[in-house]
Design a protein around this ligand. Structure first.
Ligand code: ZN
Length: 683
């Protein structure tokens, strides 16, 4: 293909240098990737050939290199996650190995590493500022962790392992998506929908319409639909069916079975860790975190686990009581939990999700996000309907700072649809830094993806409290990307240590629960009435109910993750291994866990969260402690506290060691108590 005709290789000339979404076709990617990889290799050769061998010619130049490849990759991964097609998936399978090989070759480039290593050795004498020192250290560590110090056969084997892992993790994610898209339960008549509130029926009708089954109702494995169905459906047998399909993702024998894939991933990770001199994969993963050691992770998980199980047992008592009162005498199974929890919630706290939902219209909650960002950080979000992304449901907003200058672009993609993976996440098409070609500022383009069930045309999409928290969570990540104010790409936005990365997102969830925010933004979509005071009080009273269940499910998943990644021996049967670990811990079967290994995408769709699922809890210790600073100040929008938060957390990226920057914000280390209290695990 003529490069001039490939929109991926042309200059991106749309406003904000957005990609030409309309013109990009799946067949453009392969030639574009190949050209961009060639260009990147040439840039790296120029770095090695540059006789200066100084910070500028090596470190700064490397940080700036590969810009074209990075932006094509960013676009590609955004499309494969949010708007994939069979053709894009084919490109994804085809390109996984060559791309991994390219990046591996970069990290294994011995002459390039010699240049970086040379600067690293001499870094203290180079008159670099603190951020530049940090850049040299992070960059050097990236290479060492990727095997740059290996030689000969070991080097080759390492490259082969990494390449194979890339193929396997891609297949793992596609298998989960396959099982999710493959399943649906049709509710054949009104009786089959018994118990489902209006918003669940609407979502089920919309899911049917998306599958060309207009006029019918289906339950798919979209997370919000599954959880709603399990919460409300009166049909225990149907709940069990949906629950089994949900927890069985990735475990069906045949070509989409994730068991052999996970087994091979684990074996390769053990080998990878051994090549780098670590006893197990967990040690390798944790060497690049705030926690640093398994002992510190286990200390946190053990502490929380021993408090979580009794909290769960107290909740179970309430559920059993409700079952007895209703004359139900069957065993409380995992597919019953949410249903009876909802009964308890309604009777004990009179909190009825369908009574609450009308106050939480998506549009109003998006306004709440922007309002909080304005009050805390002085940001303004301007909707730009003229800017088009990859799907009509994606809204583009121009973001400007206190002085009115535009600082970036925010793309909000809120609805679930076929071809979009489940879950919620933040990503970037471009990162903030001041190291663009010519020394210019690179403006961030940040995306938030959610998977809310879209209301029928003309009706507002209404969110559950859980959805609202997710919306705020991802927006916290988004702010971490948008507010980034660093010199170098490598240190930008959310490219921080992974047990720090959930601090800005989880911290932002706290504002979703603030009275002041609820009073202002949670208004009835039809009447405009504010959320009544008695409902606010009940939300607050009910907040801790269910925390035992959630904490057990989360911690159980984190425990399985650590256990499977600290093993030195092969894991022949991941299903049996998981069951064994849970049994040894006395994990209650009726609680289940957030993710079973067979579809645990955090662990196996990439390596980002392998031996790292604990990071949410680690960061929660930080976010609960950080929010206390506003509580102590007596104002959720206290200006001096917000200014410190911006300066030391949201704008810092990875330019400062996270422990140090946290202490700079808080004036001390974080303590465990606020997290335990928030979860109702201590009084
Ligand atoms: Zn997150």
């Amino acid at each position: 293909m003529d490069a001039a005709l490939n929109p991926l290789l042309a200059d991106w000339s749309a406003p904000h240098a957005l990609p030409a979404f309309d013109a990009v076709r799946p067949e453009h990617f392969r030639p574009a990737f190949e050209a961009a990889m060639r260009e990147h290799r040439a840039e790296l050769a120029a770095i090695v050939a540059d006789p200066r061998r100084n910070f500028e010619s090596v470190i700064v130049a490397f940080d700036r290199s590969g810009e074209r490849l990075a932006r094509i990759e960013a676009l590609f991964y955004n499309l494969t996650a949010s708007a994939t097609t069979a053709a894009l998936q084919a490109v994804q399978r085809e390109m996984a190995a060559p791309l991994a090989a390219h990046w591996n070759a970069v990290r294994q480039d011995a002459s390039l590493f010699r240049c970086i290593d040379d600067i690293w050795q001499r870094r203290r004498g180079l008159e670099l500022d603190a951020e530049q020192q940090r850049l040299v250290e992070r960059m050097h560590q990236d290479f060492v962790r990727a095997g740059a110090r290996l030689e000969g056969e070991q080097r080759e084997r390492y490259a082969a392992v990494v390449q194979r892992l890339a193929e396997l993790t891609t297949a793992f994610g596609q298998n989960v998506l396959h099982d999710e898209s493959d399943y649906m339960l049709e509710l054949r008549d009104d009786a089959a929908a018994a118990g489902l509130p209006r918003f669940v029926r609407d979502a089920a009708a919309q899911a049917a319409a998306d599958r060309d089954l207009s006029g019918r109702m289906v339950i798919t494995l979209s997370r919000s639909l599954v959880l709603s169905f399990l919460t409300f459906s009166h049909h225990r047998d149907l709940r069990e069916q949906v629950w089994r399909a949900w927890v069985g993702r990735g475990e069906r024998p045949g070509e989409h079975d994730n068991r052999p894939i996970a087994r091979e991933i684990l074996a390769l990770r053990r080998e990878q860790a051994a090549l780098l001199g670590h006893a197990c994969y967990a040690d390798h993963a944790l060497a690049d975190t705030m926690a640093l050691t398994r002992e510190r992770v286990w200390a946190l998980l053990d502490e929380v686990w021993q408090r979580a199980v009794p909290a769960w047992e107290r909740e179970r008592e309430l559920l059993l009581e409700a079952m007895r009162a209703a004359g139900v005498d069957h065993v409380l199974q995992p597919w019953d939990w949410r249903y009876w929890a909802e009964q308890v919630r309604q009777s004990r706290y009179a909190l009825d999700e369908s009574e609450l939902k009308p106050y939480f219209a998506l549009d109003a909650m998006v306004r709440a996000l922007f309002d909080c960002a304005q009050r805390l950080f002085g940001l303004h979000f301007t909707h730009r309907p003229d800017l088009h992304a990859y799907h009509p449901d994606v809204h583009a907003y121009e973001v400007s700072g206190q002085d009115g200058a535009v600082i970036g672009l925010f793309l909000h993609d809120n609805f679930s649809r076929p071809g979009k993976r489940s879950g919620a996440w933040m990503s970037a098409l471009r990162w903030q830094h001041r190291n663009a070609a010519g020394g210019g500022r690179s403006q961030p383009i940040i995306l938030n993806n959610n998977n809310f069930a879209k209301a029928p045309p003309g009706e507002p999409t209404l969110l559950s409290l859980d959805d609202v928290r997710t919306l705020f969570h991802e927006f916290g990540h988004g702010l971490h990307g948008l507010l980034s104010d660093v010199g170098y790409n490598r240190l930008s936005g959310t490219k921080v240590l992974r047990d720090f990365v959930e601090l800005p997102s989880q911290l932002f969830e706290h504002w979703a629960q603030e009275r002041e925010v609820l009073q202002r933004h949670a208004r009835h979509h039809a009447t405009g009435e504010p959320l009544p005071q008695h409902l606010i009080e009940r939300i607050e009273a009910a907040r801790r109910f269910g925390q035992g269940y959630e904490t057990v499910r989360y911690t159980a998943s984190a425990i399985v993750d650590m256990a499977v990644h600290e093993r030195c021996e092969p894991v022949d049967d991941i299903v049996a291994f998981e069951a064994e670990v849970l049994a040894r811990r006395g994990a209650p079967p009726a609680a289940g866990l957030n993710h079973r290994l067979v579809h645990f995408q955090h662990l196996f769709s990439g390596s980002g969260y392998a031996a790292g699922y604990y990071v949410y809890l680690w960061a929660e210790v930080l976010d609960a402690d950080a929010y206390e600073a506003f509580v102590e100040a007596g104002d959720p929008f206290d200006a001096p506290t917000a200014a410190r938060l911006l300066q030391h957390i949201y704008s810092r990226g990875d330019s400062v060691e996270p422990g140090a920057t946290y202490r700079a914000f808080r004036g001390r280390e974080a303590t465990l108590e606020p997290m335990l209290r928030d979860r109702g695990l201590i009084n």
